[in-house]
Design a protein around this ligand. Structure first.
Ligand SMILES: Nc1ncnc2c1ncn2[C@@H]1O[C@H](COP(=O)(O)OP(=O)(O)OP(=O)(O)O)[C@@H](O)[C@H]1O
Length: 713
């Protein structure tokens, strides 16, 4: 499992560097200076009058081939060869039936070709000439008659020769058949093979398209030369003059096959004025020069901590787009309990390494275009928090759809929608969180260092002082900023959220924010910059990518604009100033997430941690007692979550927002009828809100229709 906080996520970069500490290069290095004492001896051998001078010249070539110069390289290449052989075994193994069919087909065709020439026939041309000449013998010129006679003689010779050959072939076939019939099984196979082989050879031909080509689908075949050419064309290496190509990179490792691609670690030549960072910034050009899509080129710097320097680059070029593979089901879907202290399984990088993200002491931000998997990704994190009962959830989904609805079973506070009452509830939520944060810091300050050594939560403090982690999830943040038109109010919200993300981690607050529109308004720089983990699904350009991931990240290679519409659930994940990876996330479907909500509720009940709104959720409570609640009741209660009463027109609008398919064509009459059928008894048909009277509903009337719930006083 790869954890990716504060260290490079491109595991290959590290592995690659370690593979080859004693480096070799593809450029001609100046020979090492010879020890003083030896200079004279060398000169003596080199003297022009020494006839053995040339013969005694030691070649300036390493003894071992490049792939075997160190034990690590030898091992890496052996492993790669093993993988390749295993691939071929599987590739050809499943095609054995096809090969059998092809062999039979080629044998038959070869037999046909071998025998068709044996039976004597006149060619059409010969035949015509003979017939014409014989018919017109009287009028024919002497040379025509002579020609016909010659053709007949030739035909006679050909016929006799072919009859002999045909006879010989027939005897051969009969002997072979008898031999096969009489021979022991092993010899039978040998004889069959000996006969079939020349026939298969004869049967081969350009036009045999019966089967696919049994060649591994390697699309990129990289060599050091290609790499140098690509870098030169990208302006990262100087051009040479005449036959000299110019300076080249020094390959510290590779290029070698590594998984489903090519790996290479190289240093840029000195004197060119280019750095590893320049190479990362030219990813698209390099990809084009190598003839692949930029998504297939995974590059990172190799820093000093891994034995690198400012000119060292680790590059892996995939054979095809590694992010188009089918999604992997999240292991959380089947987990029964997790600890939030452990890294959360998140997805896989291009090379199939598992990526897990530790979230304790962190804050998170997810951004990107709509319908690319932001919410699904964000929910992966929250899902882990569901399976640890010592995590208290505060959730605000300003879109207010189904995505987070089932969190009502677990969430201490849940805000759905971006209407005025929802915004007011969110502000109250923020105030509650800030108060709790200060309360916790006050307690932590008072605790002896033996219990609280670093002024932060510990697993012991969490349980002993009832300070569960607080998972603060906000989705569709842009909707809140649109809804809050007052600049001052908006700034206050951003300040509060930034404060929670900045100071909260030590007190156990894990912020998990997401926004759809990656512009400066929706993702205030102030907020983004203090967030430690950022993930971005596809965006339109590098500027938008930097909006989410941080300034300058795209030029470092963390660029979500290289993703396409097909990359659902693929994010560029930034976990530190120089740590990033493109990750295909595990898939946790809405149904699986909803099941986890139910599991999370049960876990919290057992641990005495079911608190806040979830503890008083009448719909869930009634369902747990085996009562089937009509969907219209639970949906209306969800729509009125933050309001004791609501006008009918507003209620209808919110129901549509919640589930357009069901409520899209409902009117006041239909709503009233359905609620009545569901057992709602309205205490009045008019409600008064902010001094205005209008047709509407009281929430307590709706709650009254839920079995076993007490009427609020
Ligand atoms: N890991 C994944 N693998 C494959 N498909 C995924 C993955 N995650 C999400 N998807 C698909 O992408 C679709 C959109 O996901 P999601 O609702 O999370 O997008 P979004 O970016 O949050 O959109 P919006 O901003 O409109 O809410 C989902 O319906 C799902 O089918």
């Amino acid at each position: 499992m790869t954890e990716i906080i504060d260290r490079p996520v491109n595991g290959h970069a590290v592995a690659a560097v370690n593979l080859l500490k004693p480096k070799y290069t593809v450029t001609a290095e100046p020979p090492a200076p010879k020890p003083e004492g030896e200079q004279e001896g060398v000169e003596a051998v080199d003297r022009p009058d020494n006839p053995l001078a040339d013969w005694l010249t030691v070649p300036d070539e390493p003894v071992l081939p490049p792939w075997a110069r160190t034990p690590a390289l030898l091992k890496a290449n052996t492993v790669a060869l093993g993988r390749l052989c295993w691939w071929h075994t599987r590739f050809h193994g499943i095609r054995v039936p096809k090969y059998a069919v092809k062999t039979v087909w080629l044998t038959a065709r070869g037999f046909y070709r071998a025998t068709t020439g044996l039976w004597p026939t006149l060619s059409a041309q010969d035949h015509t000439a003979v017939v014409q000449a014989l018919r017109a013998q009287s009028k024919a010129k002497p040379e025509d008659v002579e020609l016909a006679a010659r053709l007949q003689i030739a035909h006679g010779i050909r016929t006799r020769s072919r009859r002999w050959r045909f006879g010989a072939a027939a005897v051969g076939v009969a002997t072979a058949a008898l031999g096969i019939y009489l021979a022991p099984p092993l010899l039978q196979t040998g004889i069959t093979g000996a006969i079939a082989a020349p026939l298969v050879y004869l049967g081969r031909g350009e036009n045999v398209q019966l089967l696919d080509q049994a060649a591994p689908p390697i699309r990129v075949d990289m060599s050091a030369q290609q790499l140098n050419d690509a870098l030169r064309a990208s302006g990262l290496l100087k051009s040479g003059r005449g036959d000299d190509d110019g300076p080249k990179v020094s390959c510290i490792m590779g290029p070698v096959r590594d998984g489903r691609g090519w790996a290479v670690v190289f240093d840029l030549p000195k004197g060119g004025g280019k750095t590893a960072a320049d190479v990362l910034a030219k990813r698209t050009t390099i990809a084009a020069e190598l003839g692949v899509d930029e998504i297939q080129v995974v590059m990172s710097r190799v820093r000093a901590a891994q034995g690198g320097n400012a000119s060292r680059v680790s590059m892996w070029v995939a054979d095809d787009d590694p992010y188009l593979a089918d999604p992997v089901q999240s292991p959380l879907a089947k987990a029964t309990r997790v600890s939030i202290w452990d890294p959360i399984p998140f997805g896989h990088d291009a090379r199939g390494n598992r990526i897990s993200v530790p979230v304790v002491w962190q804050s998170m931000f997810f951004g990107g275009l709509p319908r690319r998997g932001k919410t699904f990704t964000q929910r992966l994190m929250t899902a882990a928090g569901l399976l640890d009962p010592y995590v208290r959830h505060y959730v605000a989904d300003f879109k207010g759809g189904q995505d987070w609805m089932q969190m009502r079973q677990v969430a201490h506070r849940l805000v759905l929608g971006a209407e005025d009452d929802a915004i007011a509830a969110f502000k109250a939520m923020l105030a509650e969180l800030l108060t709790e944060m200060e309360r916790r810091f006050a307690i932590l300050r008072e605790l002896p260092t033996s219990i609280c050594p670093e002024g932060k939560l510990t697993p012991e403090i969490v349980e002993r002082y009832n300070m569960p982690f607080i998972f603060f999830t906000v989705d569709e943040l842009q909707e809140a900023f649109i809804a809050v038109s007052d600049e001052k109010e908006r700034k206050a919200i951003i300040d509060d959220m930034a404060r929670i993300a900045r100071r909260g981690p030590a007190a156990g607050f894990i912020s998990n924010y997401a926004s759809q529109r990656p512009d400066a308004e929706s993702v205030p720089t102030k907020l983004r910059e203090i967030i430690t983990i950022r993930a971005c699904t596809q965006v339109t350009d590098q500027t938008s990518s930097d909006m989410v991931l941080g300034k300058g990240k795209a030029s470092m290679g963390a660029d979500a604009s290289v993703l396409s519409e097909d990359h659902k659930g693929v994010v560029v994940l930034v976990t530190g100033p120089a740590s990033f990876a493109t990750v295909k996330n595990d898939l946790l479907t809405t149904a699986e997430f909803n099941q986890l909500c139910a599991k999370g509720r049960a876990l919290r009940k057992d641990a005495g941690q079911l608190t806040g709104e979830a503890a008083g959720d009448v719909v869930t409570e009634a369902a747990e007692h085996g009562h089937r609640i009509p969907p219209v009741i639970s949906d209306v209660l969800e729509a009125m979550r933050h309001a004791p009463r609501m006008f009918t027109r507003d209620l209808l609008q919110r129901l549509v927002n919640l589930d357009e398919d069901t409520y899209g064509d409902w009117d006041a009459e239909k709503l009233a009828k359905e609620l009545e059928l569901a057992g709602v008894k309205r205490s009045s048909k008019q409600v008064k809100i902010d001094g205005t009277n209008g047709a509407g509903y009281q929430r307590r009337d709706i709650e009254g229709a839920v079995p076993f719930t007490e009427q609020p006083g």
